[in-house]
Design a protein around this ligand. Structure first.
Ligand code: GDP
Length: 206
């Protein structure tokens, strides 16, 4: 008998995530078992909004923005071995260069060494895609052979043809890495099923 995808992915799985901890140093990471997916993106692209939409919560990701948590890897648990990890929003103005470099090191080490990390969601603003830090994240994923899924958020702000053009451009830019791209709108719910499907594939089926 073949087992269908729907039989493995639990019903309503996406609304069961809870914040468990913020991690400021590598040795504080939870045990490297099971599956986790990281969410990354420059500040203000709508990373928190996307995370809240996908997990069906109004303010799950607000935790990541509370004072003291903006520089942490914030862990949201489905169960003890299934996590979403909200990575620090890079590009924040108030952090000085030294701090940024220190962060880049932790982030790079996390991406390179974390065995349970199944893939990275990279959120971009569809109107301003592929900034400097998006490129850095792409390069990390490429060099670590990590699957990457790009959410082109705020697609409600562009016409269909402009949104499609950007999607094609990004898809070309991802051609030589293990990557995929889709349009998304945290505001309107565009692309929600597709994003959840990708996340579920990584969390439950890999
Ligand atoms: P973060 O800094 O990346 O976590 O971004 P936020 O989730 O805080 O969102 C930044 C701003 O973008 C807020 O004013 C949101 O209301 C707005 N925003 C987020 N997603 C969307 C979207 O899909 N469409 C539109 N029009 N605005 C959005």
């Amino acid at each position: 008998m073949t087992i269908k995808k729907e039989q493995i992915i639990p019903n309503g799985w996406f609304s069961r995530f809870e914040f468990i901890k913020g991690v400021a140093a590598f040795d504080q990471l939870p045990d490297d078992i099971g599956a986790e997916v990281a969410f990354s993106g420059r500040s203000n692209v709508g990373k928190s909004s996307a995370l809240n939409k996908i997990t069906n919560r109004r303010s799950l990701a607000r935790t990541s923005k509370s004072p003291g948590r903006t520089r942490e890897l914030n862990y949201f648990a489905y169960d003890e071995s299934t996590h979403i990890v909200d990575l620090p929003g890079y590009g924040y103005a108030k952090v000085d260069e030294t701090m940024r470099n220190a962060w880049a090191k932790i982030l790079e080490r996390y991406l390179r060494e974390r065995s349970s990390l199944k893939g990275v969601f990279l959120i971009m603003d569809i109107r301003h895609p592929m900034g400097k830090f998006d490129q850095i994240m792409l390069d990390y994923c490429k060099s670590c052979d990590l699957p990457l899924h790009v959410l082109l958020n705020k697609s409600d702000k562009l016409s269909k043809s402009a949104a499609n053009k950007t999607t094609t451009d990004i898809s070309r830019a991802l051609a030589d890495i293990n990557g995929s791209v889709q349009q998304f709108s945290a505001l309107k719910g565009v692309g929600l099923d597709e994003a959840r499907q990708k996340l579920a594939d990584w969390l439950f089926l890999t």
